[in-house]
Every structure is written in C-alpha cells, then in structure tokens.
Design a protein around this ligand. Structure first.
Ligand code: ATP
Ligand code: MG
Ligand code: MG
Ligand code: MG
Length: 439
C-alpha cells in the first residue's frame, strides 16, 4: 500500500479528550474516530488491526473445535423475559421499540438467543458436545464510557457458548476455553493472567477473568508474582483430552490471582511477602460455567442415553476483541508511539523513501515493495514528498515492527537500512538480504 493513496489521518497534536496513552495513540495514529460517547468508526489502520485480532480469535476457537455462527445485534425482549433477565439487566441494556411497538433490544450478550437456537435444533445427547461462538457487536449503555475502545458502548466481542450433557463435560469445555484463551492472548503478544472472579449478572459458580496488567486498568487485582513466570508457549494440546486441559487449568490457576471481588486477605497473607502483588489490570476476557441456569427456564433439553429429557449444562466465554487494541497498546508503546507485536501489526514493514522522485531510489523502493508483497508481507510504502524526519515520525507513531529506509547514498553501495521498532537498532544490508531477513 502506498501512503500517498492510503487514508491515514494522523494527528500532530495530542487530543485533549484522551486520558490514557492507548486512546491518545489510537486517535493520533488515525485508527478510530469517535461518533458519539463510546461509539467509534474504525478507520483503515484501526480496522486492519481489528481484523488481525479477529483472525487470531477465529483460528484459536476453531483449533479448539468451536463452531462459528453469527447472530443479529437486535433481539426481541420476549426471549429475555423467558430467562428472567429482561427486568434484571438494568440500564446497561439499550431498549428499543419498533414501529409496531414491539419491544426490542440491542444485545449486550447472547445467552438467551443461543439457547433459543439450540432448543430449536438439538434433541439428542448424541449431538453433544457442542460449542458455538460468534464475533459480533454488542451494546451496553455504560454509565461512563471512557478510554476510547477500552470501555465503549458499542464494542466487538467474541462470545462462545458450550452445551454439554453433564456438569463434568461442561467443565471440560470450561477448561478447553481457558487453554484456547491462553494461546489466543499469547499470539497477540500479551500476557493475560486468569484470575478467580465474580460472575455478576451472567450468573454461575465457576468463573475466571483474564487480566492484562497495566496501571491504567480499571480492575484491582492481587496475585502471587510467580504467576507472571508462566507461559503457554508452543505446546501442542489435544483439546479432546479432558485431563490435559484440566492440567493446564491447574497449572495456571494454582497460584493466588484474584480480582478485588473475590480477594481474600487471609489467604493472600499466606504467600511469602516478597511475592505478594497488588496492581491494576485490564479485563480482556472472561469464562463462565453456569450449568442449567438458562437451559432450565428456556427448555433447552436433550434426550439422554436412558431416554429421559434433561436440561443441558452450559457455559459462556467472552473475549473483548475491540478492547484488546487498547490493552495491546497499553502494554506495548514508547514515547514515540505504538509498538505492534508481530501477530497483530497492521502492516509488517514500513518502507521509507528518503528521496522521492529520484529515479533509482523510487525504483529500488518499488522493487522492494513488490518482492515483500509477493512473499506475503503487508507493506506500507511512504512515497510522500516529505522530509525524512516526518516520515520516520509517522512510522514510529503507527508502530510497524520493521522499517526499511532507502536513500541514494546507501543505494550507491547497494545497501538499505533495516530498523527494528522495538529495539530501535538498525543494520545496513543489501535489499535482497533485507527481504530474506523479513520473510
Ligand atoms: P467490565 O468489567 O470491564 O465492565 P464485563 O465483565 O462487564 O466487563 P463481560 O460480560 O465479561 O464484560 O464481557 C466479555 C468481555 O467483553 C470483557 O472481558 C471485556 O474484555 C469486554 N467488554 C465488556 N464490556 C466492554 C465495553 N464496555 N467496552 C469494550 N469491551 C468490553
Ligand atoms: Mg461491564
Ligand atoms: Mg468485569
Ligand atoms: Mg467480565
């Protein structure tokens, strides 16, 4: 992509409405535009990252055997009356009347609707286990939308729902989600720690939140510092193996890690003092097991092996897809701008032409763009007639992991400069070597 033909409305000044660094950088890098409180347009650069994050979520969900669906954003109030949540949910639910005076709502979550789909089509225990998920826009009329996409009113969430015959099978689904979430966040370059949490309006007995540690986080958390040494890495796991999934859950939840709602000073005090940490965190996901809380009132039953109808055991599992952009930036930036982890970067490489209009420099840049693109890399070529300083500042702000700088002086010796955004280190090499290094 040529920057001269792209739409990248970067801001030179710090927007005064942004209180935290990720919001500031997303506005300055031209990724989002606010349209109303907590409601954003996604501009091309922001949309590219949002799509990369969605892609990782889809891949990891499907690796775990979960099946994508897409439900509407608008729901009928009647469905929520069946579960009893229509009145309970309160002011966060945006309620709407259509022209026939029917009560509708913009979905804040989808337990009722997925249960309705299940009961319409599944009859036998032989069709279980089943986990359906979607990535869809949600609306919650938050009292205080703030921090940009971190606490929006309209936001993108991955929400998944498991249906199982027994409590034991549903707990396997719970553990499987925990494993798949660990993989998902690590692929985005994030450490998200599972912490014992409170189930809130979703209900249920078993729940963990995933938290990214950050001073700007809205949650207060308490943990044993040993937990931050754990990584999932590239282990291979058989998601059908209940014992293997449980072992991962045990490994990642055996040390103290809780949000303020479940924090217990007495238990915390048993950890050696030098390992006790209290900090702030950003909630980027949550998993729940809630048994028959929805299946019973809504009649989501299957015929079991003995011929009797039983309500299914369920859980629901959410990832804050749009919030993740903010969380990743909070965890990875410096005073010049964003530093994208390779897994989610909008472009892999930025190409800077130091002498636009010079035939041999232009040719070298175009050749590099062609070769990198042919090898599957996404390239942003700064072909504007701008000073080098301005081009570097833009690249640093938008945070691409690699920059190739091409100028007539280097080219005379057949070298370009390859710079890592994270380390700031630069190396000179031939254009061919730069391509080889990046693919
Ligand atoms: P919070 O405690 O931040 O209000 P929640 O516990 O109400 O979040 P869940 O119902 O657990 O949210 O939804 C799943 C995920 O969706 C959350 O872990 C979070 O990452 C994301 N999320 C929730 N509310 C918002 C919001 N207003 N804006 C952006 N993402 C959100
Ligand atoms: Mg909330
Ligand atoms: Mg929460
Ligand atoms: Mg939550």
């Amino acid at each position: 992509m040529r920057l001269s033909r792209y739409f990248l409305p970067v801001l030179k000044e710090n927007p005064s409405e942004a209180q935290i660094v990720s919001h500031r950088l997303m506005l300055r890098a031209g990724m989002i535009k606010q349209q109303a409180a907590g409601i954003y347009s996604w501009l091309p650069l922001g949309l590219k990252v949002l799509n990369r994050i969605q892609q990782i979520v889809h891949e990891e969900q499907q690796r775990a055997g979960h099946i994508p669906v897409l439900m509407p954003t608008m729901q009928s109030a009647d469905l929520w009356r069946e579960s009893g949540r229509y009145d309970d949910y309160g002011q966060e639910m945006l309620r709407i009347r259509d022209r026939h005076d029917r009560e509708m709502l913009f979905g804040p979550t989808n337990e009722e609707m997925i249960t309705d789909i299940f009961r319409a089509h599944v009859n036998s225990y032989k069709d279980l286990p089943l986990t359906l998920y979607q990535i869809q826009w949600k609306f919650r009329d938050e009292v205080r939308p703030r921090f940009g996409v971190m606490r929006g009113r309209e936001f993108l969430m991955k929400d998944g729902y498991n249906f199982d015959l027994t409590r034991e099978a549903a707990l396997h689904a719970y553990n499987r989600h925990l494993v798949s979430y660990l993989r998902t966040y690590e692929r985005m370059g994030l450490q998200a720690i599972p912490m014992r949490a409170d189930s809130g309006p979703i209900g249920g007995e078993n729940t963990h939140e995933f938290l990214v540690l950050a001073d700007t986080g809205e949650s207060e958390v308490f943990y044993d510092s040993q937990i931050t040494d754990l990584t999932f890495g590239d282990r291979q796991i058989d998601y059908d193996d209940a014992a293997a999934c449980r072992a991962v859950l045990e490994e990642f939840t055996s040390r103290y890690a809780r949000t303020d709602e479940t924090h217990d000073e007495a238990v915390f005090a048993e950890i050696p003092e030098d390992r006790r940490r209290s900090a702030r965190g950003i909630e980027v996901g949550q998993i729940f097991y809630f048994g028959t809380k929805y299946s019973e009132p809504m009649g989501a039953t299957v015929v079991g092996p003995d011929g009797a109808r039983v309500p299914v055991h369920m859980g629901s599992h959410g990832i804050g897809v749009s919030r993740l952009l903010g969380a990743i930036i909070e965890a990875s930036h410096d005073d010049k701008g964003i530093i994208w982890p390779e897994g989610v970067t909008p472009f892999h490489v930025g190409l800077v032409n130091l002498k636009q209009g010079d035939a041999s420099t232009d040719n070298a840049c175009e050749a590099l763009e062609r070769e990198l693109t042919a090898r599957g890399l996404d390239v942003l070529y700064d072909d504007r007639d701008e000073r080098a300083g301005a081009k570097f500042a833009t690249m640093d702000l938008i945070g691409l992991p690699w920059r190739i700088t091409v100028g007539p002086r280097g080219l005379a010796n057949n070298v370009v400069e390859l710079t890592s955004r994270r380390s700031g280190g630069s190396v000179e090499m031939s254009p061919a070597d730069a391509v080889a290094r990046l693919v």
